[in-house]
Ligand binder design. Structure first.
Ligand code: AMP
Length: 279
């Protein structure tokens, strides 16, 4: 695996090696786990050269403490990527991406940015749009892979790619879960033992929501979820919603032709966890 820290070094390498080759790209913030590796597996199957980036993007953090405490495990990440057949790791520092101007561009994602995470993490998706666009321009991949774990982010990146006519395909990948159902996340490593034990309740609840959605009204389900979390001493519900997968707008009346998804954000102590399920 080649490791590059600068755009120039990465581009010099890719320019000489990419002729007639498909480049697949996976942007990450490091602290890699099996969820990231499931994206890499798909990327390896569909491309000749897999590029993974590790960059903890300051402009997408609405909470400075969260940015400071974001897990950083670069040495381990390198080993993990090497053994998972990653071809190229791009690990720029903040200056390489932002020069002296660490600010986000403002994007219009046609309303997708105002729902769910957008309500609770002000400016988050401008930060995501800014860094993803910059990374796409640097790496110039044919395909890029994003997890459905961050479903709203996936839809927003697809929207940006389409609106700005960026020449690549954005592909969504299934959520990778621990055996107990907990969606894998870099933030899980910061959970206390007790919170780690409590957290699988999130996906268990989503599975019940999926069953209930066949027969019960959305509002009844929302009230039920809120009550279920009130009984949990270690988990605090931030939001639960059922929304149209395409527009991400809250469901009003169930419509047979629309594909819905349930979305949830929960605090386990100071760690914020998100998850979702197609219903
Ligand atoms: P992150 O490092 O958290 O920014 O994640 C990098 C990419 O990996 C994003 O596209 C995430 O959606 C994806 N990802 C993170 N966790 C999972 C998971 N458990 N299953 C599938 N994809 C994931």
């Amino acid at each position: 695996m080649k490791v590059f820290y600068t755009k120039v070094a990465l581009n010099t390498y890719l320019d000489t090696h990419k002729k007639n080759k498909q480049i697949g790209f996976i942007p990450t913030m490091g602290a890699l786990h099996e969820g990231h590796l499931s994206l890499l597996k798909k990327c390896n199957e569909e491309n000749d050269i897999s590029v993974v980036s590790i960059f903890v993007n300051p402009t997408q953090f609405d909470n400075p403490a969260d940015l400071l405490k974001y897990p950083k495990t670069f040495q381990d990440d390198t080993k993990i990527l090497e053994s998972a057949q990653c071809d190229v790791l791009f690990a720029p520092d903040v200056k390489e991406i932002y020069a002296e101007n660490i600010t986000a561009t403002s994007f219009d994602f046609e309303g997708l940015e105002h729902e769910m995470e957008g309500r609770f993490r002000i400016g988050h998706f401008d930060g995501v749009g800014t860094v993803v666009k910059r990374l796409f321009e640097i790496v110039a991949p044919n395909k890029a892979y994003f997890g459905e774990k961050d479903f709203q982010q996936l839809q927003i990146v697809k929207k940006m790619t389409q609106k700005q006519q960026l020449p690549l395909e954005v592909k969504g990948c299934n959520i990778h879960r621990a055996k107990n159902g907990l969606a894998m996340s870099s933030r899980n490593s910061r959970l206390t033992k007790a919170h780690l034990k409590a957290a699988p309740f999130i996906f268990k609840t989503l599975q019940k929501v999926k069953m209930k959605f066949e027969t019960e009204a959305p509002n009844t389900i929302i009230e039920w979820v809120e009550k279920e979390f009130e009984k949990q001493s270690l988990l605090t519900l931030e939001y639960f919603t059922i929304a149209d997968e395409k527009t991400l707008k809250n469901i009003k009346n169930k419509d047979e032709k629309t594909q819905y998804r349930a979305f949830i954000a929960v605090f386990a102590g100071e760690i914020r966890l998100i998850d979702n399920i197609q219903i």
